[in-house]
Design a protein around this ligand. Structure first.
Ligand code: N0T
Length: 528
C-alpha cells in the first residue's frame, strides 16, 4: 500500500511536580512516579566509567540514577561545549531502562570550586573568591561574582539546550543545580561589595516572605544575620542559574543540603553557611521559587535525627532525599522517606568503581549492603502503578526502626498503628510463659514500613522486618477491633491484585513482615 504520511511523533510530556490532594506528586511520562534512585560517585560521569554504574543500579532495582555533570567536563575551553559524556549517559540509561537525574557541579560542589573549568579556577579577577574580614581569599567563589554567575548560567543553559534536542524521550527527569552550596569556615563574603550589601536593608521580597519588617540584616536576624544573608545570595544565584536552564528545557530542578544539627540551630551547627539547611528553608524558598524541591543529604546514623530531617524537609515539601549514606543501616529510612511522600531517595556512592566513603557510607558494597537497599526498592518498584498515586492522595505514615529498637506508633483516623522491631511473630506479648531466644534481629538496625489509609478502615501497608498492630485509638466501652480481612498482593496496571489472604497465625499476633517485603491491604472494623 501507499506509504503512511510522515508523522512527527508526539513528544513525551516533560516530567513535572504537581500538587496532589495530600502532597506533591512527580509525573514522569504523565504518570505519578517515585524515583527509586542511586547516586554514583563524584568521578563516575565519564563514558569509560558508566559501564560500572548501570549494573549496580540494576542489581538494586533502582529506576533512576543520579549522575554528575561537571562544568569542567562540558566547557573545558570557554565558549566551547562538549556534551559527549552527557550523550553517553543518555544512551546507557536508555539501554538499561533507567531514568536520570543530572547533578550540575558548577560554582559550588560541596562548597568548593573544584568542578569549575581551569579558566575559572585561574581567574580570580573575573571570578572572585570570598574574602575574609582581613581581606584574605577563601577558597569558595563569591555568590556576588556577577561574571561567575553569568558564566555558570550560560554553561548550564547550554546543557539544558543540549538535553532539549538530545532527550525527546525525557530520560532525564530532574536536574540538581550545584551541589551542597554555601561555604565552610566563613559565614559570608567580606569584599567591599558584599559589605555594602550586608549593611543594607534586607530585600523587600524576603521581608514579605518571612513577614518581618524591612530592616538591616543584623536588625532583622540577629545572630543568624550572616547565615541568612549568605543563604539569600546563594539561593538567588542558584535561582538565576536554574531559570537560565529552565528557559531552555523546563525540567524540575532541585538543590541539596549538607546538614547541620537536626534538632536545633542554636549552637550554629547549620552546615555550610548559605546552604539550604532546614533553618533557612523559608529564605531559600523565597529566593529560589524555580526550584521544585530542596532535599537533605543525610549522613547521620542517629535514626531520630534522620526522621527529624525528613519531617523538616517534608514540611517545606516536596520531599526528596538526594543523598543518604550507602551503609546497610540507612536502607531502612526508605520506609520513613516514602512514607512521608518522598519523590526521590538515593543512597550515595552506589556504583562499581570500588571507592568507599566510609565513615559516611559503607565500608564495602557487599551482598549485605546491596541486599538491604534492594529490598524496599523491590517492593516499591513492584507497585509503580499504585503507590505513587496513593502517596499523593492519601494520609500516610512511614517509619523505620529507631536506634533503640523501641515500638513506634501513630494515629490515623480511629486507628492506632504500632510498629515493633526484632520480635518473634508468634504470640510474643501473649504467650510470655513459653521460653524463647531473643530474635536474631533484636539488635540489628533494619526494619520499617509505609502505611497509607485508603479509606477510614482500610490500610495499604508495605514493610520489612517489622510487626504492625492495629488497635482502636479511643475504643468506646466494650468496643474491640477486628480484622475483616488482610490481603497480600500487588498492583498490576493500577489495579490491586490479591495473591493470598493472611489469616490465622499470620494475623493473630499482629502482622509480621519478614525479610522479604510485601504489600498487605488490611480492612479493619470493630465489634461490641
Ligand atoms: C556529599 C558526599 C559527596 C557526619 C560525600 C557530604 C557528595 C556530597 N557530601 O561523600 O561528596 O557529592 O554531596 C558532606 C558530609 C559532611 C560531613 C558530615 C559529617
Amino acid at each position: 500500500g501507499p506509504a503512511a504520511p510522515a508523522q512527527v511523533p508526539p513528544l513525551t510530556p516533560l516530567p513535572r511536580i504537581v500538587d496532589g490532594p495530600q502532597r506533591p506528586m512527580l509525573l514522569v511520562d504523565g504518570q505519578p512516579f517515585i524515583a527509586l534512585a542511586v547516586q554514583a560517585h563524584n568521578s563516575s560521569g565519564y563514558p569509560a566509567v558508566l559501564p560500572q554504574v548501570w549494573p549496580v543500579a540494576r542489581q538494586l532495582g533502582a529506576n533512576t540514577v543520579m549522575l554528575p555533570v561537571g562544568w569542567e567536563q562540558v566547557e573545558p575551553v570557554e565558549g566551547r561545549f562538549d556534551f559527549g559524556a552527557v550523550d553517553a549517559m543518555l544512551a546507557g540509561a536508555r539501554e538499561n531502562d533507567l531514568r536520570l537525574v543530572l547533578l550540575w557541579y558548577g560554582t559550588w560542589k560541596n562548597t568548593g570550586l573544584s568542578y569549575t573549568p581551569a579558566w575559572v579556577k585561574r581567574d580570580g579577577l573575573r571570578f572572585p573568591r570570598m574574602r575574609h574580614p582581613d581581606g584574605r581569599a577563601h577558597e569558595t567563589l563569591s555568590p556576588h561574582g556577577e561574571q561567575t554567575l553569568a558564566a555558570d548560567a550560560r554553561a548550564f543553559a547550554a546543557l539544558m539546550r543540549h538535553l532539549r534536542q538530545a532527550d525527546p524521550q525525557r530520560t532525564v527527569i530532574m536536574v540538581q543545580v550545584e551541589n551542597e552550596a554555601g561555604s565552610w569556615g566563613l559565614a559570608r563574603d567580606h569584599s567591599a561589595h558584599a559589605q555594602a550589601l550586608f549593611a543594607d536593608l534586607i530585600p523587600q521580597e524576603l521581608a514579605r516572605a518571612l513577614a518581618v519588617p524591612r530592616r538591616t540584616w543584623e536588625q532583622a536576624f540577629g545572630p543568624r544575620a550572616e547565615q541568612f544573608f549568605m543563604s539569600w545570595h546563594v539561593a538567588r544565584y542558584i535561582e538565576h542559574v536554574a531559570r537560565a536552564g529552565q528557559a531552555e528545557l523546563d525540567l524540575p530542578m532541585i538543590a541539596n543540603a549538607a546538614l547541620g544539627n537536626a534538632f536545633t540551630d542554636e549552637g550554629g551547627e547549620v552546615g555550610p553557611s548559605g546552604g539550604p539547611n532546614w533553618n533557612v528553608l523559608p529564605v531559600w524558598r523565597a529566593a529560589a521559587p524555580s526550584l521544585g524541591a530542596i532535599g537533605p543529604d543525610i549522613y547521620t546514623r542517629d535514626a531520630a535525627a534522620v526522621e527529624r530531617f525528613l519531617d523538616r524537609y517534608a514540611a517545606h515539601g516536596p520531599l526528596v532525599v538526594p543523598e543518604i549514606g550507602n551503609a546497610a543501616e540507612y536502607a531502612r529510612f526508605a520506609w520513613s522517606a516514602f512514607g512521608r511522600g518522598a519523590l526521590l531517595y538515593a543512597p550515595f556512592g552506589m556504583d562499581g568503581t570500588a571507592y568507599v566513603n566510609y565513615p559516611l557510607g559503607a565500608k564495602a558494597l557487599d551482598e549485605g549492603v546491596l541486599g538491604a537497599f534492594a529490598a524496599p526498592y523491590r517492593l516499591l518498584g513492584s507497585a509503580m502503578s499504585g503507590w505513587p498515586l496513593i502517596a499523593g492522595e492519601r494520609p500516610l505514615w512511614g517509619t523505620a526502626r529507631g536506634n533503640d529498637g523501641s515500638d513506634q506508633s501513630t494515629t490515623m483516623g480511629r486507628w492506632r498503628l504500632t510498629a515493633a522491631y526484632g520480635r518473634w511473630a508468634f504470640g510474643e506479648d501473649d504467650w510470655t510463659w513459653i521460653p524463647r531466644d531473643p530474635h536474631p534481629l533484636a539488635d540489628v538496625p533494619t526494619g520499617g514500613l509505609v502505611a497509607a489509609q485508603l479509606d477510614a478502615d482500610t490500610f495499604l501497608v508495605g514493610g520489612q522486618n517489622v510487626r504492625l498492630r492495629l488497635s482502636l485509638a479511643n475504643p468506646a466501652p466494650g468496643e474491640s477491633p477486628q480484622v475483616i480481612e488482610a490481603q497480600e498482593g500487588t498492583f498490576i496496571d493500577g489495579q490491586w491484585v490479591m495473591r493470598r489472604r493472611w489469616n490465622g497465625d499470620q494475623i493473630d499476633y499482629g502482622f509480621s513482615f519478614g525479610p522479604e517485603p510485601v504489600w498487605l491491604r488490611i480492612t479493619m472494623d470493630s465489634y461490641r
